[in-house]
Design a protein around this ligand. Sequence first.
Ligand code: CTP
Ligand code: CA
Length: 233
Amino acid sequence: VRGGSPGDDLRGRHVVVSAGGTREYLDPVRFLGNRSSGRQGYALASTAAARGAEVTLVAANVSLPDPAGVKVVRVATTAELRDAVLAATPSADAVVMAAAPADFRPVSVSTAKIKKADDGTAPAIDLVQNPDVLAEVAADRARPGSVVVGFAAETGDDAGTVLEHARAKLARKGCDLLVVNDVSGGAVFGSPDNEAVILSAEGEPVVVPRGTKAALAHAVWDRVGLLLEDPDR
Ligand code: CTP
Ligand code: CA
């Protein structure tokens, strides 16, 4: 739907969207987390529903009201997010990973609250890497022709530009589209707006100018819709 007006082009499609940031618990009251608000994922879910899709929204620690007409599955950790996403993907035409899963989790979770030592020392926290849900979904491709989309916030550095890092990530993950935010200029967390470049494995990148998260969501579904209709895939 060009111009962002709601339509019906996703009718009959099932889409899975993840949103928010996962938490990895250290003990019953503490966790490692991140600042993802879940707003972009919620915008993706509500715009997909407005375009006629059946939507499963896997929400990690998001404090936003459930979007109308969307099935919401609430999760806390990356392991729970993985289980919920993989449970929904066999029937999915598209999976969009807008969530920020924690990359690491503590090796063990203490069942009792961790107490301070009297001698002023601090405990070390041993971490282990979490599974990569996006790479797993892209490798599985439960449904032939389904579309897998990732999100990435990148900065340029000595090793490469934002787009170079993003291209490498797209290839590494094996997804069809990667929505890239350039965060070199500062954080976008909690902002109502977003701007991005949508990279595809084949074809030219699409620049989405600064606008609402709903506008970016519509631009993503436009690209997903084109891939779903593509007879050569
Ligand atoms: N992602 C995922 N599972 C993870 C980490 C990330 O599915 N354990 C997904 C995110 O939801 C996002 C995409 O992968 O769609 C890119 O996330 P990003 O954090 O940029 O990728 P990483 O591989 O974790 O790379 P980095 O080292 O830059 O954090
Ligand atoms: Ca990461």
